[in-house]
Structure formats: structure tokens, C-alpha cells
Design a binder for this molecule. Structure first.
Ligand code: ZN
Ligand code: ZN
Length: 280
């Protein structure tokens, strides 16, 4: 089993425990954080995503090792090099994630993660099986070329994703000084919100410093509660509808006889954003 799936599988009992505890808390406090159809959709999407990701990594591993022979350095497994691997991968994740909100080909996969109007731990499971098609793996190639072993790179990717599970919750408020350096539930609630002031902000995986450095950081405002979801009127709990929503729209635009844009623009350019007053 590839390292990504193994690490996430080993952590899955902890993930499930968090979901159950958060759900019980929401029931006791009469908070509408969970809807069973939404949670079932999230769980189904997680299984589909894990399956396609495992297949993609297995198929691509020979290519990654072929590329690895052209590495610039041979990087030894020291504590410092491991730490640098985490920081570098998190930096690359920031650009992958930022690109996923601005390049339609990437957004077609990423929209699944944003398409729920709820925010809870199970939202972290809401992923698309089409990430390998969009080319998420391309973003890790610089690390392989630099000299990190491909298996190590994918283990680091998995740990980054595992960390991100814990930022999908409304149950945790602000975390003091940690807010300055790390991506936290508060920062990630902003990322999932479709309020005009929050949209396309806080792309961090683990370290929020990237958003602060590159001008995409916004903190959660007490007078602006987050409204979760995308700006379209999309509200499905069917895993296939969720997965292929944007791909279908792209395909329909490509096939439209009165199309005004060239095909490459349909595939790469994001559809126009709504004026602020029209955001849900
Ligand atoms: Zn996102
Ligand atoms: Zn998220």
C-alpha cells in the first residue's frame, strides 16, 4: 500500500472518533452542524478519492523513480532534511491550493471539497476522485527532482493532509499564539466561507505564514459569521453529482456551438465571479 493511504488508514480510527464526538456535541447543543445525507456523501467521496489516489500513485511510482535519477542532490534522511521536506511540501501545497481556486481544470476537482453548506470534521473527507486527472501530483515533482525519495514525498503529503483533518470544525474557537503560525480551525472556516470578504483566502495546509507572505490571509471576523459552500446554488448530496459538477459544466461549454472562448480558456479560466452583493 502506498505511504499516503497507509498513513491515512492508520489514523482513520482517530478521525472517526473526532466525527462521533463532534456530532454528539452538536446534538446535545442543538447545533445544525451535521446532516446525515451530507456526512454519508462525505464518507463515500473519501472512499472514492482514496481508491483513485492509491491507483494513481501505484501507476505513477515508476515514473517518479525514473525522474528521481535526474535529481540535483541526494538527500539523506536526517531530522533537518525531514523538517525541510515538510516546509517545502507545505509551500508547494499552498500554490497547488491557490491554483485550485484560480485555474478551472484544478477547480473542477477541488470544488467537491467546497460544495457542502456544512462545516464539520467529516467535511475533510469530502474530496474528489479526479485529483490525479487534474494533476495534483505535478506539484510534488520539484521535491523529487531536488532529491527527496518519492515514497518520502508522498508520506509527507499524507501527513500534511492528515493535519488538515483537524481544521475542519466549528467546535474549536481561536488558538492564541498558534493562530500566528499555523492553519487553524478559525483560518480554515474562513477558507470554506463564501462571504465576499472571505472568498479565495487562507489557502494554507499547515503553515498560515504562506498566506501572510503572499497576501491571501484574512482572519475570521466576529461580526461576519461564515456562510459555507460555493457561490452557485449547488446543494447536492449525490457523490457522483458532486464529483462531476464542474467537469460537466466545462464539457457542456466546450460542446456549445455558440462558444465565444477558445477551448483552452474554457479549460483553464475560471467562470466569472458574482458581484459581492450576489454572494449567498
Ligand atoms: Zn480550497
Ligand atoms: Zn477544507
Amino acid at each position: 500500500m502506498p505511504p499516503v493511504e497507509l498513513i491515512l488508514l492508520l489514523l482513520s480510527p482517530l478521525f472517526l472518533l473526532c466525527v462521533v464526538l463532534e456530532w454528539r456535541y452538536a446534538v446535545l447543543k442543538k447545533l445544525s452542524w451535521y446532516q446525515w445525507r451530507d456526512t454519508v456523501a462525505n464518507a463515500s467521496l473519501a472512499l472514492l478519492h482514496q481508491g483513485s489516489d492509491m491507483l494513481a500513485v501505484l501507476l505513477l511510482m515508476p515514473f517518479f523513480y525514473w525522474l528521481h535519477q535526474y535529481r540535483v542532490f541526494t538527500i539523506e534522511l536526517t531530522a533537518l532534511n525531514l523538517l525541510l521536506a515538510f516546509i517545502l511540501q507545505d509551500f508547494l501545497y499552498y500554490w497547488f491550493h491557490r491554483g485550485s481556486h484560480h485555474i478551472r481544470w484544478l477547480w473542477a476537482s477541488h470544488v467537491a471539497h467546497h460544495s457542502s453548506r456544512l462545516m464539520n470534521f467529516s467535511t475533510a473527507f469530502r474530496q474528489s476522485l479526479t485529483y490525479p486527472l487534474s494533476g495534483m501530483w505535478l506539484f510534488w515533482l520539484p521535491m523529487i527532482l531536488l532529491g527527496y525519495d518519492p515514497k518520502l514525498v508522498f508520506a509527507v503529503v499524507a501527513l500534511n493532509l492528515a493535519f488538515q483533518f483537524f481544521v475542519h470544525t466549528q467546535a474549536i474557537g481561536r488558538l492564541g499564539l498558534l493562530e500566528q503560525v499555523f492553519n487553524t480551525p478559525s483560518h480554515h472556516r474562513v477558507h470554506h466561507a463564501c462571504n465576499a470578504i472571505y472568498i479565495d483566502r487562507n489557502f494554507a495546509g499547515v503553515l498560515i505564514i504562506w498566506d501572510k507572505l503572499f497576501g491571501t490571509f484574512v482572519s475570521e471576523q466576529a461580526d461576519e459569521p461564515c456562510r459555507y459552500g460555493i457561490t452557485d446554488d449547488f446543494n447536492s448530496t449525490n457523490p457522483l453529482t458532486i464529483t462531476f459538477y464542474e467537469w460537466r459544466r466545462m464539457w457542456q461549454e466546450l460542446r456549445c456551438k455558440e462558444r465565444s472562448q477558445p477551448a483552452w480558456k474554457v479549460l483553464l479560466k475560471m467562470p466569472g465571479k458574482l458581484p459581492a452583493k450576489e454572494y449567498r
